[in-house]
Design a binder for this molecule. Structure first.
Ligand code: MRU
Length: 344
C-alpha cells in the first residue's frame, strides 16, 4: 500500500467480513481489523473505529451485505425480514450523519424490489451496490477536492475541525481534500488543526493524515481558535458535514458552529465540504437534526491517565452542533460551489 493511501473500509476477499482501519488506535498504531458479527459491526460505528459521515455510510452498506450472507433461510420473505432487522440495528448505532441511514435505505430498496427473488442473485446485487456506493464516493470526493482547490491560494492558512480527510470517506476526503490536492500541486499551505475535544479527531486523525504527507500543520486546542484567527494566520476555515438541512444549515462535529461564529467576527470565509449524499431534504432546518449525545466518560476519563473530573459531576456531551446557513460562506459538493445555501 502506498504511504499516502490508507484503505479505510473494504470487504475481505471472500466477502465474509468488512476490513477497517481501526481509527481508535491512531496515531499510535495502524491496525486493520476484520468484522463479521452484527455486534462487532455495530460496535465499530458506535465507538468510532470507523467514523466520518461518508465512511460510515459505505461501511454500513458492506456490513449489511456481510450480515445478509449469514442468513440461512431460502425464503425470500424471511431473508428480507431478517435483512431489514439487521439494517435497523446498524442504523441505531449513530443518529446524526445522514449517510448511514441513506446508504442503508439504498441497500434496503434493492432487496425490496429485486429483479428476481433468488437469494444468491440478490446477494450478488447487494455486493455490487455496496461497491457502487464506495466508487461513487471516490468520484464525489475527488470532484469536491477540485472545486475546493479553486478557493485556495499559495501560502493560505486553513483552519479545520475534526477530521474530514481520506479516512473519513472512501478516498481523498472532503474538507481536507483540497488541502491535500493543493499540497500535491506544490502550493505551500499551512493547516491549523483544532484538536476537537473530547474524542480528539483533530489531533489524532487530521494531524496524522496531514503530517504523514508533509503538509505544514500546527495543532491548537479548541479554545485557541480566536487568538490564532486574530493574529491573521487564517485565510479560510474548511469543515466537513454530517447532515445538510434543506435550508443550508449544517450539522458537523461539536465546535464547528463556534468556529463559524468566530470566522464571521474576524471576516474569514467559512466553507463546508460534503458530498450530495450528506444533504437531507427531509430535514427542513438544522433544528430538525438529531444531535447525538455521547457518554460522559469521553469528557471525564478518555485519554487521561487519571480521571480528570469528579465522579459526581454531571456532563453534557453533544457530539455535533448546527451551523446556521447565515454563517456559511459556501457549501462545496461534487456539483460545485454553492454560495446561497443549496440554491444553485
Ligand atoms: O464523530 P465523527 O468523528 O464521526 O464526526 C465526523 C465529522 O464531524 C466529520 O466532519 C464529518 O463526518 C465529515 S467526514 C468527511
Amino acid at each position: 500500500m502506498n504511504k499516502t493511501e490508507l484503505i479505510n473500509v473494504r470487504l475481505n476477499d471472500e466477502g465474509s467480513a468488512v476490513i477497517i482501519l481501526d481509527q481508535t488506535l491512531l496515531p499510535n498504531e495502524e491496525k486493520y481489523i476484520e468484522l463479521s458479527s452484527a455486534k462487532a459491526l455495530f460496535e465499530a460505528i458506535y465507538t468510532l473505529r470507523v467514523r466520518g459521515a461518508p465512511a460510515i455510510g459505505i461501511f454500513a452498506a458492506y456490513a449489511l451485505y456481510v450480515l445478509a450472507r449469514q442468513i440461512k433461510s431460502n425464503s425470500y420473505d424471511e431473508f428480507t425480514g431478517e435483512v431489514l432487522k439487521q439494517s435497523s440495528y446498524l442504523e441505531s448505532s449513530r443518529p446524526t450523519a445522514v449517510n448511514l441511514s441513506a446508504q442503508l435505505r439504498r441497500m434496503e430498496n434493492l432487496i425490496k424490489n429485486p429483479p428476481s427473488r433468488n437469494i444468491p442473485e440478490i446477494l450478488d446485487l447487494m455486493r455490487e451496490e455496496a461497491d457502487k456506493i464506495y466508487n461513487e464516493d471516490v468520484q464525489m470526493c475527488r470532484a469536491i477536492s477540485e472545486h475546493g482547490l479553486s478557493l485556495i491560494k499559495d501560502g493560505f492558512g486553513i483552519m479545520t475541525q475534526c477530521n474530514a480527510g481520506p479516512i473519513a470517506t472512501s478516498k481523498y476526503g472532503t474538507a481536507l481534500g483540497p488541502v491535500i490536492l493543493g499540497h500535491e500541486k506544490g502550493l505551500k499551505l499551512k493547516a491549523f488543526i483544532c484538536e476537537t475535544r473530547p474524542l480528539l479527531q483533530g489531533s489524532r486523525l487530521t494531524a496524522f493524515e496531514l503530517g504523514r504527507i508533509g503538509i505544514d500543520s500546527t495543532l491548537i486546542c479548541d479554545n485557541m481558535a480566536s487568538i490564532v484567527m486574530s493574529e491573521g494566520k487564517i485565510d479560510a476555515v474548511f469543515a466537513g458535514c454530517d447532515r445538510i438541512a434543506a435550508n443550508g444549515d449544517v450539522a458537523n462535529k461539536i465546535g464547528t458552529s463556534s468556529l463559524a461564529i468566530l470566522a464571521k467576527h474576524y471576516n474569514i470565509p467559512f466553507y463546508i465540504f460534503g458530498p450530495s449524499t450528506t444533504i437531507d431534504l427531509n430535514c427542513a432546518t438544522g433544528d430538525d437534526i438529531h444531535i447525538e449525545l455521547r457518554d460522559s466518560t469521553e469528557i471525564k476519563e478518555m485519554f487521561f491517565t487519571k480521571q480528570m473530573a469528579p465522579n459526581e459531576i454531571k456532563c453534557y456531551n453533544p457530539s455535533f452542533d448546527v451551523t446556521k446557513n447565515s454563517l456559511i460562506t459556501a457549501i462545496i459538493t461534487e456539483n460545485g460551489i454553492f454560495r446561497n445555501g443549496l440554491a444553485p
